[in-house]
Design a protein around this ligand. Sequence first.
Ligand code: 2X7
Ligand code: FE2
Length: 307
Amino acid sequence: MAKGEIVGGLLAPHPPHIVYGENHWRNEPKSECGWEVLRWGYERARKHFLAKKPDVILVHSPHWQTVIGHHFLGIEEFHGLSVDPIFPNLFRFNYDIKVDVELAEMIADEGRQAGLITKMMRNPHFRVDYGTIVSCHMMNPEWDIPIVGISSNNSPYYFSNEMGQNEMIKLGQATKRAIEKSGRRAILLASNTLSHRHFTTEPEIPEDMSREHVYEHSGYLWDMKVIDLMRRGKTRELIAILPEFMDHAVSEVKAGSFAWMLSALDFPDYPGELYGYWTVIGTGNAVVGWDPVLRERATTQGAVGRN
Ligand code: 2X7
Ligand code: FE2
């Protein structure tokens, strides 16, 4: 069997609003439009990365929180209706998900050997969270590639940002080793919003884009700082300031998805391609892809270079 590889990694945010804006038949609420910059960004990212013919898409989601250990979807298929608890008016999604259980078990084993607590989710009635679904749907609306769904362990919330991030770095390395042993061609999705202060009232028409804007300048400045590091391939510097970003901009990267992915990619020193940045209810969201084949050539949109 050929050695498996990670053929791409993406920062793939999951506000349910973007699926609502898509008007896909799987989602019950219907919109007129909305959040196009992110939706068009996903469209370009998906064209690029699906052309690599991945066998599996892995996703780490902040909205599947587990208190003890890192959990993995662990049966071949999950069906159901996923309803966003805060935005049931925007997201009631009929899902039908195929899971690569063999790879999920391999990652759980590798994690355990590295000292992490891991567990398979074998409940067929388990309701898959909207973070997992939105990121996967926006990357592959056909749902014709199996996924590995990974929970986000709660340690950064009850212990410390640094301790939680170190766990995710271990989990990323375990993920990489398992993919290599499995022979799979894998794409990784870090399902994270950047700055996360947000509005608390909704316009009468949720997709009224005249009401959508950055919530606060300081959060925006943080987003620009971390995006600049992504676009310059400075992911080791980036990982070092993420704990501060978590506190100052209440960033959702606290859930660890982004650290997990950067670690699995071995902290790329080549630029991430920015496919789009925009706000959703004031939060900062960026679609950014790392393609190990493109490396330097990924910088097509003005990143400053690798100094
Ligand atoms: O889960 C989310 C999010 N992370 C950002 C914005 C809006 C809604 O849901
Ligand atoms: Fe979220």
